[in-house]
Design a binder for this molecule. Structure first.
Ligand code: GLN
Length: 528
């Protein structure tokens, strides 16, 4: 069977959940097909690694060290695949490739143009991935909204692709918005019509339209969209607003999306949603409830911590408990009374000094009051600083990232990072193994002595202080193979005081929640 292609575009406005829609489509088709997702982003950064999470949400990190769009988190969680950084194509990467080719003389004698040279680079990148991965189905999501100048070249490349791969091997799915204006109280198709027109002007004629709406699309609106946009009425699908993104594949299945795709692409891969449905039922009908304080500095934008939120959803599905997240901004932490009403505290990853003193204070209180605590990356570093200051008596201990002149640099830059001044993709990135100490809580949670988690950091626990810290009772429960880099810490005797230099939230899946989150939620439940 030749590789099939599904191209997903978006219209009307951003934020309609194109990534989740694409991931859900992939989920529904992956029972018998190898589905490989590609995301095309129109910005000129080579990758999102240098962007503030406020700009672009969470930076997702892959096993191979790629810093990629947060949609890859959805792809991995919905498709059960391990993605590669090559699958995220940004316009920055495309121009970089074109420029390198031009300097190498690949275009000697020619004027290098957007069409065909830039579009050819886009297409051949996608075809390379399809070949390398032996993909049955390539799922290509075009970031942004049709009409944006940034994604024009990607759309043009997608238009051309139908000749390259054969018209029977490619379909176009367009996600739009169907509003129900207040006072009018009926579903409106005009934004969809206009957005489809924009797409048609670019030579792309959608086969399937997904209309995001607060209600299921009525028969009338389906007929209207079908008439105006030249799609079969059965190919007008509701993209229902839901509280829980894991319901989207179920909605699409109910709307008959898999059958339409099977028919139009001539493939067969019936979805098996039994396990998925069972887990979602647990989320919908929890028997217990806990509240967790998330202490960060990007708390105004929950997308910055998307994988952590999902990791908690996975725990909800397995433990049948509702997990309320209370977002605590630590920049000017004054009132700490929230600690009286929460069952546990998470200090997530982060960079720079803003908010760190507030987090250290929260960690101190969590330790002293025996409130379950989970620290992730920066969370581990701050837990070590707190312990060094208040238990080891190292006054003003700090990380050199926060205070370069600290008298006790318990957290210091990794030796291999000292001479690195370039910013893109230069941190310690991707999956690294850790070896877990026998008899520790972390080892029992993972159920294994050697594990692998993903990383994104420049600093570490300073080896000069290992002995002083361990002598006072902090256990280094996991380390790199040579024992130098502290990967996990814990405080025995407390209900749950665990932190890691890694980002276990990046590998949590619906079917297999991240062990440290699972253990943390269980500890929170015990206190209820
Ligand atoms: N800023 C810290 C470091 O670079 C922690 C990074 C993180 O939390 N991802 O080591």
């Amino acid at each position: 069977m030749p590789t099939k292609y599904i191209i997903v575009t978006g219209g009307v406005l951003s934020g309609l959940g194109k990534g989740i829609a694409s991931a859900s489509i992939g989920h529904l088709l992956s029972s018998r097909l190898k589905v490989v997702p590609i995301k095309c982003d129109g910005y000129l950064n080579v990758d999102p690694g240098t962007m503030n999470p406020f700009e672009h949400g969470e930076v997702f990190v892959l096993d191979d060290g790629g810093e990629v769009d947060m949609d890859f988190g959805h792809y991995e969680r919905f498709l059960g695949v391990t993605c590669r950084s090559k699958w995220n194509l940004t316009m920055g990467k495309v121009f970089d490739m074109v420029r390198k080719k031009e300097r190498r003389g690949d275009y000697l004698g020619k004027t290098v143009q957007y069409i065909p040279h830039v579009t050819d680079v886009i297409k051949s990148h996608i075809f390379d991935v399809a070949r390398e991965e032996k993909a049955d189905l390539m799922l290509v999501e075009i970031g942004g909204t049709v009409g944006d100048i940034e994604n024009e070249l990607f759309l043009e490349a997608m238009r051309q692709m139908k000749e390259d791969v054969g018209r029977e091997n490619i379909i176009y799915i367009h996600l739009t918005y169907v509003p129900i204006p207040h006072g009018v109280n009926e579903q409106k198709s005009k934004p969809t019509q206009q957005s489809v027109n924009l797409l048609k002007q670019r030579g792309i004629f959608p086969d399937i339209i997904i209309g995001r709406c607060s209600e299921f699309l009525s028969k009338e609106i389906r007929v209207k969209i079908s008439n105006f946009c030249d799609v079969h009425p059965d190919a007008v699908i509701t993209g229902l607003d839901v509280d829980d993104i894991y319901e989207i594949p179920l909605i699409f299945e109910k709307e008959g999306l898999p059958e339409i795709i099977h028919k139009t692409l001539n493939i067969y891969s019936p979805p098996d949603l039994r396990k998925w449905k069972e887990l979602i039922r647990n989320i919908r009908h929890p028997s217990k409830e806990i509240t967790v304080a998330m202490c960060g500095k990007y708390t105004k934008l929950e997308d910055s911590y998307a994988s952590i939120v999902e990791s908690f959803n996975h725990c909800s599905a397995h433990l049948g408990c509702k997990i309320n997240l209370e977002w605590v901004e630590t920049t000017d932490l004054g009132d700490t009374s929230f600690l009286d009403r929460v069952d546990g505290v998470v200090v997530p990853g982060g960079f720079g000094s803003r908010g760190t003193e507030g987090k250290i204070e929260v960690i101190r209180l969590a330790r002293e009051r025996n409130i379950p605590f989970l620290g992730l990356c920066l969370g581990l570093q701050l837990a070590v600083i707190e312990f060094a200051r208040n238990v080891c008596g190292l006054k003003d201990a700090n990380s050199t990232e926060i205070d370069p002149d600290t008298p006790h640099p318990v957290i210091d830059i990794l030796p291999e990072q000292r001479e690195i001044y370039e910013k893109g993709g230069t941190m310690r990135l991707g999956a690294y193994p850790a070896f877990l100490k026998e008899g520790t809580l972390v080892r029992s949670l993972y159920g294994s002595s050697e594990i692998s988690e993903r990383h994104r950091h420049r600093y570490e626990v300073n080896p000069d202080f290992h002995d002083a810290i361990q002598e006072k009772g902090m256990v280094f429960s996991g380390a790199s193979k040579d024992g130098r880099l502290v990967e996990f810490i814990e405080l025995p005797g407390l209900k749950y005081f665990v932190a890691t230099q890694a980002h276990p939230e990046l590998k949590s899946r619906m079917e297999t929640p991240a062990p440290l989150f699972y253990g943390f939620v269980r500890a929170c439940l015990e206190g209820c």
